[in-house]
Design a protein around this ligand. Structure first.
Ligand code: GLU
Length: 480
């Protein structure tokens, strides 16, 4: 049996992508070196008394954690906090680096950051997770590594709105005079200064990006596919927040067919399409996608084979380094939509590009989360819900116009038309509209750069991001 090659380190992979793009920018080496390096790294070990997952005893455990601020060219810095046993400093550095480029591409005015706590959240009770989260936040506050104008965390792999609420509550307790305290973290529950549409944002952004890519007839023709999302055969690896929303929105709004979904315990396949709403229910009730009835099932030992299924679009929505030189030549998808961060290594990407696979890169495709985080932060700083001031005013104006049209044509406008056209925008309408516009604009800019320079989409996205950040450094006069 041939031994599998060790996949290239994630941080190294991000650096390789950067260096591939660097010659296509107009920036000097010094600026490039500044852009790619991590500006500040905070590594912590702190003690917490918790129930040990192995012994079941209450004991002190030392928790390893990080916060990396990749770039201070704009403040605050921004990026999620990951809870996973795989967390390392190098992984958090890679993720923080991607955040800077991600923000630049969708014109979110933040530097990139990322946090990591080396725990498996499934090993701990809710009380212990709260204790760990509050202690981690305290450590960040102590060193000014969190704050609405400094560094603003958000959810990532293994965390969600519950953890963000604990972070906010700890921060405001320690900084009681901070009027903008709610802007210290995003992804909070809607009732606790969150914003409607944040939970679905990354998945919805993946859908908008994929729909935009599939809407380009000549690009689809080049890979032997028809234009549009309708009927596209999609395979999803990872059924957490991003995987579920990418899948359900692609199915409900794009009329695509999700033929397979994989997780750590195996994958399920149905060529006629899975019912994603049902699958979400099954997972919530039983804890596993494998209890879904109407599909062929493949167990844990075959879980990685989900990536190799014959399909139009493969959506890796789990962790980094999933597609490496070890399996790249067996990937059959025509499009790979990177919903996760770093699912393809730089070496594997070369093999896939050679075969003409269209890769929608993470730094563009999963930027929907941070885009809506930006809206949440703006809402927190303005202390007001979007639409609150002008919704009624605009609605009234439209009603007047429709009434006027009615009186001119001599009959009342139909009630359903009236309701549809007169309606003012709610917060969720505005959030979705802002997200959709950001994803469409960014895709077209990236595609233009790719075409003009005859480079792939990832390299084009890096060129765009690096030049935008470089322009900031020049404007700051650091490199006159
Ligand atoms: N963790 C998400 C990401 O990787 C969201 C970051 C944010 O909203 O700040 O993009």
């Amino acid at each position: 049996m041939t031994k599998a090659k060790q996949p290239i380190n994630f941080y190294q992979s991000v650096d390789n992508f950067f260096e591939k793009a660097a010659p296509h920018t107009c920036l000097d080496r010094g600026i490039l070196d500044q852009i790619k390096s991590c500006s500040a790294i905070y590594a912590i070990n702190f003690p917490v008394k918790v129930t040990d997952p192995k012994t079941g005893k209450r004991e002190v455990k030392v928790i390893e954690a990080y916060r990396v601020q990749h770039s201070h060219h704009r403040l605050p810095t921004k990026g999620g906090i990951r809870y996973s046993n795989h967390v390392t400093q190098s992984e958090v550095m890679a993720l923080a680096t991607l955040m800077s480029y991600k923000c630049a591409i969708v014109h979110v005015p933040f530097g990139g950051a990322k946090g990591g706590v080396k725990i498996n959240p499934k090993d701990y009770s809710e009380e212990d997770l709260e204790k760990i989260t509050r202690r981690y936040t305290y450590e960040l506050v102590r060193r000014d590594f969190i704050g609405p104008s400094l560094d603003v965390p958000a959810p990532d792999y293994g965390t969600g709105s519950r953890e963000m609420a604990w972070i906010y509550d700890t921060y405001r307790t320690l900084r009681e005079n901070e009027i903008d305290a709610a802007g210290c973290v995003t992804g909070k529950p809607v009732k606790i200064h969150g914003i409607r549409g944040r939970t679905e944002a990354t998945g919805r952004g993946v859908y908008y990006g994929l729909r935009e890519a599939c809407g380009k007839e000549e690009d689809m023709k080049a890979i032997g596919l028809s234009k549009g999302m309708q009927g596209k055969r999609i395979v999803i690896q990872g059924f957490g927040n991003v995987g579920t929303f990418s899948g359900s929105i692609s199915q409900d709004e794009g009329d695509a067919k999700i033929i397979a979904v994989g997780e750590a315990d195996g994958f399920i396949l149905n060529e006629d399409g899975l019912d994603i709403a049902k699958l979400i229910e099954v997972k919530a009730e039983t804890g596993s996608i494998m209890n879904y009835q109407d599909a062929k099932k493949f167990g844990k030992e075959d879980r990685n084979k989900v990536l190799e299924l014959d399909c139009d679009v493969l959506v890796p929505a789990a962790l980094e380094n999933q597609i490496s030189v070890n399996n790249a030549d067996r990937i059959k998808a025509k499009i790979i939509a990177e919903a996760a961060n770093g699912p393809i290594t730089s070496a594997a990407e070369e093999m896939l590009l050679e075969r003409g696979v269209l890769i929608l890169p993470d730094l563009y495709l999963n930027a929907g989360g941070v885009t809506v985080s930006y809206f949440e932060w703006l809402k927190n700083l303005s202390h007001m819900r979007f639409g609150r001031m002008d919704k009624r005013y605009r609605q009234q104006g439209r009603e007047n116009t429709l009434n006027l049209i009615g009186s001119m044509v001599g009959r009342k406008v139909d009630n359903d038309i009236f309701a549809k056209f007169a309606k003012g925008a709610d917060e969720i309408d505005l959030v979705r509209s802002g997200l959709e516009d950001s994803m469409i604009t960014a895709y077209n800019v990236t595609r233009e750069i790719a075409k003009e320079k005859k480079i792939d989409l990832r390299t084009a996205a890096f060129v765009n991001a690096v030049e935008l950040i470089g322009a900031d450094y020049m404007a700051m006069g650091i490199f006159p």
